[in-house]
Design a protein around this ligand. Structure first.
Ligand code: ZN
Ligand code: ZN
Length: 332
């Protein structure tokens, strides 16, 4: 096995030169929302300071961040070579790929007043505390909406109560991500974001067990509700990231992986194929061989030809639901 350097950022990619992992210092934009276009390597950051690199990366339909006054924070590489070696040493077991129905993987459109934001992914689960089910995604999927509204739901804000975002999210419409024209395939909606006082973005990767957003689904949708497993997946267990691979390959719905770190505070998996998984899969579900939900995908990264992801596991989701404040209005 090749030498594993200690100064790499496994979960981060430079949006300018595409380096992944970023080795050495990493410069993370504090102005841009959480997402793949937030980090620069030291070389590209120096060129950014010299006016040679464009940042922010302008996104289609985005007019939010066009003043160029972006503030960066510098991070040193933190990868632990021994830990990474242990993640590489977990063997794969073969298991039959679970079947994923239509309208299980969802694209959420978050509405706040007159604004609407398209999130990456979400999914729905049945649960006794929500008569029509919960819509689940990663909290950082809402980061652009939160920043646009001046809400800081990160670990940097000790005053965040969990009520600020539910107060401004007026509706979420979800679409079937597997439909050929998914934007035409409305599958359901949620009227309310649930107050989860302990949910936060910004925990250091991969220890992100609070990065969860929940919504009470409205009746009458065509959604396929998943079932949440009871606990934390075990080391070496196979699991699958449910993701839409893009317009060319709609027949493939799952990407196989194996659990390489499993503890109350962390769930890390290694993709079986030595090729990069699709980008921007935050909020997508992870399922086991029976098709039950074991986690919410939060981040992916890679080293050499090995690719990893980390997730909020089912036990954490259960805990967050138990601590959530569900009002009478969420019940109907
Ligand atoms: Zn770079
Ligand atoms: Zn920025």
């Amino acid at each position: 096995m090749q030498q594993i350097p200690a100064n790499l950022h496994l979960w981060n990619r430079c949006h300018e030169c595409g380096s992944q992992p970023i080795v050495g210092q990493r410069f993370e934009c504090q102005t841009c929302p959480a997402g793949p276009d937030r980090d620069l390597c030291s070389g590209c950051y120096a060129r950014f300071l010299g006016g040679l690199v464009k940042h922010p990366k302008l996104r289609r339909g985005s007019t939010l961040f066009d003043n160029g006054k972006h503030h960066f924070r510098e991070w040193q590489g933190v990868a632990d070579p021994e830990q990474l070696a242990s993640w590489l040493s977990v063997p794969e077991t073969t298991a039959r790929e679970p079947q994923v129905p239509n309208a299980f993987l969802l694209r959420p459109e978050l509405q706040s007043g007159d604004d609407s934001f398209l999130g990456t992914y979400a999914f729905a689960i049945a649960h006794e505390r929500a008569p029509h089910g919960f819509l689940c995604t990663a909290l950082h999927v809402l980061d652009e909406l939160a920043r646009n509204s001046g809400v800081d739901c990160s670990v940097d804000n000790p005053n965040y109560t969990g009520r600020e975002l539910p107060a401004i999210v007026s509706k979420v419409v979800v679409y079937d991500a597997f439909a050929p024209d998914w934007i035409l395939a409305e599958a359901g909606s949620a009227r309310r974001m649930i107050v989860v006082p302990n949910a936060r973005t910004g925990d250091p990767e991969p220890f992100c067990q609070r990065d969860t957003a929940l919504f009470a689904l409205a009746p009458g949708g065509k959604l396929q509700l998943g079932k949440l497993t009871a606990g934390v997946p075990s080391l070496g267990q196979p699991l699958w990231l449910v993701a839409s691979p893009g317009p060319k390959g709609h027949e493939r719905r799952t990407i196989p992986a194996v659990v390489v770190a499993s503890a109350p505070e962390v769930l890390v998996f290694r993709f079986t194929a030595r090729e990069a998984p699709p980008r921007n899969t935050s909020g997508a579900p992870l399922i086991d061989s029976s098709g039950q939900v074991v986690g919410i995908n939060v981040g992916c990264g890679g080293f050499s030809d090995y690719y990893f992801g980390h997730a909020v596991h089912a036990a954490s989701i259960h805990r967050l639901i138990a601590s959530s404040v569900i009002s009478a209005g969420d019940q109907n």
